[in-house]
Design a protein around this ligand. Structure first.
Ligand code: CTP
Length: 410
C-alpha cells in the first residue's frame, strides 16, 4: 500500500472489540500504517480472545493498549495516563469492529474499560463500524444505540450483507479494508480546503453501442479520474463522479452517476455543473459513434463490414457555452491524450475549449496514460504557465490537480 498524503503522520486510534471480524481490523491497522498514519490500537478483553495483541503491535509498529489500570505506557504519547495520552491530539477514533456490547456501552456513556473511557476523553471525530452475527444488528436495542450515537455526532459505517461467521447470510459484516479506509479519508477530509465546493469529475472511456452485444470504446480504465475524485474527497469537496468506468470499486464519499455513451455523459455533466465550483473532465470521450444502433445482433456476412460513424457532441464545448451564460462551473479542467506533438496540440485544446487548466499526457509511453497506476503529465494554464509532473502515481497527480483547482477557487 502506497503512502496517502491525507493520512501521513495522522494519529488514528483503532479500538477493536471481540468479534471474528478482528482479522479485518488487523489488515486495516497494517494498511493505515503503510499509508503513513500513526495507529494506536486499543483492544478490549474479548478482542484478545480472537487475536493476540502482538499481531497488532507487529503491523502497527507501536505498543497495543488494553489495560486501563496500567500506569506507565510507551509509544511517546502526550500523557502518562493511558486514556488521556491516547485521546490527546488524536485525529480520529475508530471502533472497528464494534460489537453490540460496546455499542451499548458507548451509547450510554459507560467507562469501565480502556476503550470506553478513551471514547469519553477523546475530542476527535468518532467513527464506528458495527459487526455482528445473525440479525443482531436488526435488534431494536442495537438500532436504538446506533441512533443515539448518530444523534451525538458519531459517524457510522453501514455493515454489509453477506455470509456471516455462523454460516447465516445477512447484514452485519464488517466491510473490507478499502471501504473502511474510504470512510476514514472522508472524515479526515471534512473541513479541508475544498469544503463547501461541489466538484464534478468524469472518468472512463465512453461506450458507443453498435448492437445489443457490441460497443466501440477505448483503453481508458478511469483510474486517473477516480484518483482525482478521491483527492477531492480528501480535500473535503462534495464530489460527483460521472463515470463510464467498468471495473473500479465505488469511492466512499462520492455521489456516483453511472453513464455509458458520450451523449449520456454530456447530459449528466450539463446537469451537474449547473451549481458546481469545478469540472474536471478526465474521461476519454469517444469522438464518434455508430450512425445507427442495430436492434439485432449484427451477423457476419461479407469480407468487409462498413460501419458509418457520426460525430459525438464535444462535452467541453457544450460546457463552455453553458458557462458563458451562467458562470458555472467556475473552473474547468480538461485533459489531452496525445500520441504526438504533445504541447502544441494541448495548448490548442486549452484555447479552443477555454479551459483554466489542461492536463496533457503522452499516451505513447507504456508507464503512463491508460490502464497503469502511474502517469507523467504536463499541466498548462491559461496564462501560459507550464508545470511538468514526472512519472508518479495517479494518486499523486490527483492531489496536485486538486491543489491547483483549490488555488484557483481561493
Ligand atoms: N472531450 C469532450 N468531448 C468529446 C471529446 C473530448 O469533452 N467529445 C474532452 C476530454 O474529456 C478531454 C478533452 O476534451 O478533457 C480533450 O480530449 P481529447 O480526446 O484529448 O481531444 P479531442 O478534443 O477529442 O480532440 P482530438 O481527439 O482530435 O485530439
Amino acid at each position: 500500500m502506497a503512502e496517502i498524503a491525507l493520512l501521513k503522520d495522522r494519529r488514528i486510534i483503532l479500538a477493536v472489540c471481540g468479534s471474528i471480524a478482528v482479522y479485518k481490523a488487523v489488515d486495516l491497522a497494517s494498511k493505515l500504517t503503510q499509508a503513513g498514519a500513526q495507529v494506536d490500537v486499543i483492544m478490549t478483553e474479548a478482542a484478545q480472545r480472537f487475536v493476540h495483541p502482538l499481531t497488532f503491535q507487529a503491523v502497527s509498529g507501536r505498543p497495543v493498549y488494553s489495560d486501563m489500570w496500567r500506569a506507565e505506557i510507551g509509544g511517546g504519547l502526550p500523557s502518562h495516563i493511558a486514556h488521556i495520552g491516547l485521546a490527546e491530539g488524536a485525529d480520529l477514533l475508530m471502533v472497528a469492529p464494534a460489537t453490540a456490547n460496546t455499542l451499548a456501552k458507548l451509547a450510554h456513556g459507560f467507562a469501565d474499560d480502556l476503550l470506553s473511557v478513551t471514547v469519553l476523553a477523546a475530542g476527535c471525530p468518532l467513527l464506528v463500524a458495527p459487526a455482528m452475527d445473525g440479525g443482531m444488528i436488526e435488534h431494536r436495542a442495537v438500532q436504538d444505540n446506533l441512533d443515539m450515537l448518530r444523534q451525538r455526532g458519531a459517524h457510522l459505517i453501514e455493515p454489509e450483507t453477506g455470509r456471516l461467521a455462523s454460516g447465516l447470510t445477512g447484514g452485519g459484516r464488517l466491510p473490507e479494508t478499502p471501504t473502511l479506509i474510504g470512510h476514514i479519508r472522508r472524515i479526515l477530509g471534512l473541513g479541508g480546503e475544498l469544503s463547501g465546493h461541489k466538484l464534478v469529475v468524469t472518468a472512463g472511456g465512453t461506450r458507443e453501442a453498435l448492437d445489443p452485444v457490441r460497443y466501440l470504446s477505448n483503453r481508458s480504465t478511469g483510474k486517473q479520474g477516480f484518483a482525482i475524485a478521491q483527492a477531492a474527497i480528501d480535500a473535503g469537496a462534495d464530489v460527483v463522479l460521472i463515470s463510464s468506468a467498468e471495473v473500479l470499486p465505488p469511492l466512499v464519499g462520492a455521489t456516483l452517476v453511472d453513464v455509458d455513451s458520450a451523449q449520456s455523459m454530456l447530459e449528466a455533466v450539463l446537469a451537474q455543473v449547473a451549481d458546481a465550483s469545478a469540472l474536471i473532465m478526465a474521461a476519454a470521450v469517444a469522438d464518434y459513434r455508430p450512425r445507427s444502433v442495430s436492434q439485432q445482433k449484427i451477423k457476419k456476412a461479407d469480407e468487409w463490414l462498413n460501419l458509418p460513424l457520426e460525430r459525438n457532441p464535444d462535452i467541453l464545448m457544450a460546457v463552455k457555452a453553458q458557462r458563458e451564460k451562467t458562470g458555472y462551473p467556475k473552473i474547468v479542467v480538461g485533459f489531452a491524450a496525445e500520441s504526438e506533438n504533445l504541447l502544441e496540440n494541448a495548448s490548442g485544446k486549452l484555447q479552443a475549449k477555454r479551459l483554466d487548466l489542461l492536463v496533457a499526457n503522452d499516451i505513447s509511453a507504456s508507464d503512463a496514460g491508460f490502464a497503469v497506476d502511474t502517469n507523467r503529465v504536463v499541466v498548462l494554464d491559461m496564462d501560459g504557465g507550464m508545470h511538468t509532473i514526472d512519472l508518479t502515481s495517479k494518486a499523486a497527480i490527483g492531489d496536485t490537480i486538486i491543489k491547483r483547482v483549490g488555488g484557483l477557487l481561493a
